[in-house]
Design a binder for this molecule. Structure first.
Ligand code: AP5
Length: 213
């Protein structure tokens, strides 16, 4: 099964994608996580990506497409994947559609997690991320057992650099301008499904399962 998670920054794409990946035994592929891992390791890709991410802007399509097409070659993608944060622009979506069509494949579902802008800034200020294993928490809605310590790998949790309120507002405006058009793109492909992302995260997951099963 090939699934795309759509939605504004902080809508809960990553939270849901991790659960979908576990349930269907497919990899969770987050371009944001891949960029953050590269930043942490100070690679050339990481240095370039950081310039854009810290300003709330998108990393150029050429860099993003190269890394994702490479990721699809991994053996773990044989039975599908859940994409989180990719595609994010119409050219990225078109490149994905073409790459899949060249192999006689297509996306099965594009799930749009809907959350209004007003709720996003509040959510982001409470998010805490583990840059070591990629786990995500929220100080109020999904708190770790021990404050600021990852339940999974015991690393310290941090507020992401791009989760500061001013950067979140920039990311939201970039989302509306460059990523929201993908909703119509996937509606036209007849694979768009919508879920209400303002509900409790377990209820959001139940709604997604009802779509996928
Ligand atoms: P990326 O890491 O993809 O960030 P994003 O899309 O902005 O999404 P987030 O990870 O911020 O949010 P999310 O929707 O996954 O929400 P989460 O589940 O964490 O990208 C970062 C940057 O990388 C981009 O700005 C760009 O520069 C670059 N980039 C990445 N991909 C790119 C691409 N394809 N092209 C170009 N550039 C790219 O949830 C958020 C918080 O809310 C958490 O604390 C969570 O616990 C909580 N929460 C989740 N669900 C609920 C709920 N139902 N109720 C209450 N709280 C909830």
């Amino acid at each position: 099964m090939k699934i795309i998670m759509l939605g504004a920054p902080g809508a809960g794409k990553g939270t849901q994608a991790k659960q979908i990946a576990k349930k269907f035994s497919i990899p969770h592929i987050s371009t944001g996580d891949i960029f953050r891992a590269n930043i942490k390791e100070n690679t050339e890709l990481g240095k370039k990506a950081k310039e854009y991410m810290d300003q709330g802007m998108l990393v150029p399509d050429s860099l993003t497409l190269e890394l994702i097409m490479d990721r699809f070659k991994n053996a773990d993608c044989a039975n599908g994947y859940v994409l989180d944060g990719f595609p994010r622009t119409i050219p990225q979506a078109e490149a994905l559609t073409k790459a899949l069509a060249d192999n006689g494949e297509k996306i099965d579902f594009a799930i749009n997690v809907e959350v209004p802008d007003e709720s996003i800034v509040n959510r982001m200020s409470g998010r805490r991320a583990c840059l070591s294993c990629g786990a995500t928490y929220h100080i109020k809605y999904n708190a770790p057992a021990k404050e600021n310590v990852c339940d999974t790998c015991s690393a310290e949790l941090v507020l992401r650099d791009d989760d500061k309120p001013e950067t979140v507002l920039k990311r939201l405006s970039v989302y509306h301008e460059q990523t929201q058009p993908l909703i119509d793109y996937y509606k036209n492909e007849n694979v768009l499904r919508e879920v209400d992302g303002t509900q409790d995260m377990n209820k959001v997951f139940d709604d997604i399962l009802a779509i996928l099963q």
